[in-house]
Design a protein around this ligand. Structure first.
Ligand code: CP
Length: 305
């Protein structure tokens, strides 16, 4: 494994399988009455969040604490960033406090890559702009593997706002590495120009793709990143690309429904579909803690007790 986790594309198949297998082992530990391991005692993990987060921030904190690391949570709101302090100076200040790993979420694509040049510890990308979110892709792969078994040859459909989605890019890269066949379905306006170079297929026909899918992952429509009209109306988007009850019925019986969260219920996914037993949305959140434990454990070189 590299010292940093910046892109899902940096992971070899062996790296990815090592993380997933380590997470399986740690999940078994998490079933014990005492969940805490002494593995990272004396190590410090800094969570550096310049953008809002619920799942990622809390699960990295929970993961580090379960491994007995000291955790420093930094949120740009209320910090000296509002006085104009740069990312580099913020990072060097936190490193001076003894960070062994820095987990960063930032609105600018490439910020974790820059950070990795400035600090001595490991850098983990917790979401950078519209670029990547590798631990989300790992927890998604872990969730799929637990429900479907091996991902080799599995057909995974990712639907919605691919243009603004760091989750989609990381998932396409990782799922391809793990042998799955990925199809993106989106309005043409919500696909990046470079999608032709991604290792996946593209379709505009959701109803045609669903019956051939082992898993369908719905993406949030990221209204906060939209500075133009990408579709005529929310109603029209939902009618063409939303997963409602009728579309859900087109999936094979064993297929699962995923969403990285947060969801726009009633827009990209109907509430009854999100809450169905074939939805893994809550499992994905729980698996996020386990995967992030595995990543911190492997990057910081702990040993499972
Ligand atoms: N999926 C995800 O990254 O959620 P948060 O923005 O709540 O961390």
């Amino acid at each position: 494994m590299n010292r940093h986790l910046i892109s899902a594309g940096d992971l070899t198949r062996d790296d990815a399988l090592l993380i997933l297998d380590t997470a399986e082992e740690l999940a078994r530990v998490s079933e014990r009455s005492i969940k805490k391991l002494p593995t990272l005692r004396g190590r410090t993990v800094v969570n550096l969040f310049f953008e809002d987060s619920t799942r990622t921030r809390i699960s990295f904190e929970a993961a580090a604490k379960r491994l007995s690391a000291d955790v420093i949570n930094f949120s740009a709101k209320g910090s000296s960033v509002s006085k104009g302090e740069s990312l580099k100076d913020t990072a060097l200040t936190l490193e001076a406090m003894g960070a062994d790993a820095v987990v960063i979420r930032h609105g600018s694509s490439g910020a974790p890559h820059r950070l990795a040049n400035w600090v001595h510890g490991s850098v983990v990308n917790a979401g950078d702009g519209t670029h990547e979110h590798p631990t989300q892709a790992l927890l998604d792969a872990f969730s799929m593997r637990r429900r479907l078994g091996s991902l080799d040859g599995r057909r995974i459909t990712i639907v919605g706002d691919v243009l603004h989605s760091r989750v989609a890019r990381s998932n396409v890269l990782l799922l391809h590495t793990l042998g799955a066949e990925v199809t993106l379905v989106a309005p043409p306006t919500l696909l990046p120009v470079s999608v032709d170079t991604w290792p996946c297929a593209v379709s505009y026909d959701l109803d045609g793709v669903l019956p051939k899918s082992d898993a369908v992952m719905m993406l949030r429509v990221q209204k906060e990143r939209m500075n133009a009209a990408y579709f005529p109306s929310e109603r029209e988007y939902s009618r063409r690309y939303g997963l409602d009850r009728d579309r859900f019925a087109k999936l094979p019986e064993e297929a699962i429904v995923m969403h990285p969260g947060p969801m726009n219920r009633g827009m990209e996914i109907a509430a009854e579909v999100a809450d169905s037993p074939r939805s893994t949305i809550v499992e994905q959140v729980a698996n996020g803690v386990t995967i992030r434990m595995a990543v911190l454990y492997l990057l910081l070189g702990g040993e499972i007790a």
